[in-house]
Design a protein around this ligand. Structure first.
Ligand code: AMP
Ligand code: GLY
Length: 419
């Protein structure tokens, strides 16, 4: 029925805000809910105070409100079995089951799937014992990559340049249990520019979205610690049509097919975190959900109806999305101190002067003002006829925002001009 659909989006960040803004343009969607959402999302959807891992309450809410479609944003909800719970009571959900989401929640599962399906990726070994891990590293070369085997919000990866850095990382993960479990993966270091390839996936059917590039390091020039992402842009001009075809046919499609063969068919967004090496694109990681902040620059370029696109994917029907030729760049404004400790509560002024789309990642609203309420706080985006034009526009927009408690990178999108 035209204009009568009720949609629930689960999550509370910029990614969910971008999904909501895109759905609010749909002629099919009449009611939009977000659980739990944030102060910015509340301007575009009704926020419901349910935590993303309170699966029982989410299912009850969806049943009570006769929700037609639930889209699950965060990995924690998927890894906890949110999609399984929705499906078990006959609710329509866009997001993989717990079994299929292991492609993100267990790096070892992902690596095995890639080996089985000849998907190009870095060679690796798994360890639970500190001494064995150290012995393995001593025999290999530097840099080398240490990864915690589980969810760590983008912070469980250390690219170590020498043995001392390896020792520190391994001790934190295996002795101090910084992230919880006690398994690490040690991986070959791959070199090249990274890019993000999100595809809607329904069993072995793959619907590619436009490419994007994230900026994971905290500071300009790709310096500083890894973060959840400090900015992004789309499209990605340095990926040739040949590399794109390889990424689709040698990576994304075999991954979807491999999951079907494992008995865990995937329904949702399969995100390939890829790197363009001299030997072609290879996998750094898979995610089982929309990327953040990539979604905030990709969905604004979608000219087709997002609700229709998602429903076509869920039902395995053909759908060819239309994309704008504009470039979009988004810059994250983060709390000073992020990704380590930071303070909350500062007022954010000047948002009313921004013309581009602003996605709220971590804000609250009190006494007439938006306030800092998270590590990543806002993502400001701007369009342009190409990336340099979008870059000029986005930094003009950011200049209107007044909040000394925030910082941002000033080089988002610059890497795209290097290649
Ligand atoms: P991940 O959480 O697996 O995406 O890793 C975070 C970041 O660490 C990536 O975006 C890369 O910049 C870097 N990284 C991870 N694995 C590798 C690798 N094998 N070679 C080079 N860089 C890597
Ligand atoms: N932008 C990386 C991620 O969503 O994990």
């Amino acid at each position: 029925m035209e204009g009568k659909k009720r949609v629930l989006v689960v999550g509370s960040g910029g990614r969910e805000h971008a999904i909501i803004k895109s759905l609010s343009k749909s002629s099919k969607v009449s009611e939009l809910y977000c659980a739990p959402g944030n102060a910015g999302i509340a301007q575009d959807a009704e926020c419901v105070d349910i935590k993303v891992d309170d699966i029982e309450s989410l299912v009850n809410f969806a049943q009570r409100k006769n929700i037609d479609l639930t889209i699950i944003g965060p990995e924690v909800a998927l890894a906890a079995g949110a999609a399984d719970a929705f499906k078990s009571v006959g609710l329509t959900v866009f997001g993989p089951t717990k079994g299929a989401a292991r492609i993100e929640s267990s790096k070892e599962f992902a690596k095995r799937l890639m080996a089985k399906n000849n998907i190009p990726t870095a060679s690796y070994a798994t360890f639970t014992n500190l001494d064995e891990a150290l012995e393995y590293v001593r025999k290999g070369k530097f840099p080398t990559v240490i990864k915690y085997d589980g969810l760590a919000a983008g912070k469980g990866v250390v690219v170590a340049q020498n043995l001392e850095e390896v020792e520190n990382a391994l001790k934190e993960m295996l002795e101090d249990h910084k992230f919880g479990s006690d398994k690490v993966i040690i991986e070959e270091f791959l070199e090249g520019p990274e890019f993000s390839f999100m595809c809607f996936v329904s069993g072995d059917k793959v619907y590619p979205l436009e490419l994007a590039q994230d900026h994971k390091r905290a500071y300009d020039g790709d310096k500083g610690p890894n973060t959840g992402g400090m900015g992004a842009y789309s499209p990605v001009p340095f990926i040739s049509p040949q590399s794109y075809e390889k990424a689709l046919h040698d990576i994304m499609q075999p991954a979807a097919k491999g999951l079907v063969e494992e008995g865990h068919p995937f329904c949702g967004v399969l995100y390939g975190g890829l790197i363009l090496t001299e030997e072609g694109p290879k996998v750094i990681e898979f995610n089982a959900r929309f990327g953040d902040p990539e979604t905030e620059v990709v969905l604004p370029r979608l000219e087709s109806d997002l609700f229709d696109f998602i429903m076509a994917a869920i039902n395995g029907e053909d759908f060819i999305p239309q994309w704008s030729h504009d470039a979009v760049i988004g810059v994250v404004l983060a709390s000073k101190g992020y990704p380590e400790a930071y303070e909350k509560g500062a007022d954010i002024l000047g948002l009313d002067k921004v013309n581009g789309e602003v996605f709220h990642m971590g804000t609250s609203f009190k006494d007439g003002n938006f306030k800092v309420a998270g590590g990543r706080v806002l993502m400001v985006t701007a369009h342009g006829e190409d990336l340099p034009a979008a870059q000029v526009n986005v930094y003009k927009e950011i200049a209107a925002i007044e909040c000394p408690a925030l910082f941002h990178r000033s080089d988002i999108g610059k890497a795209s001009l290097k290649f």
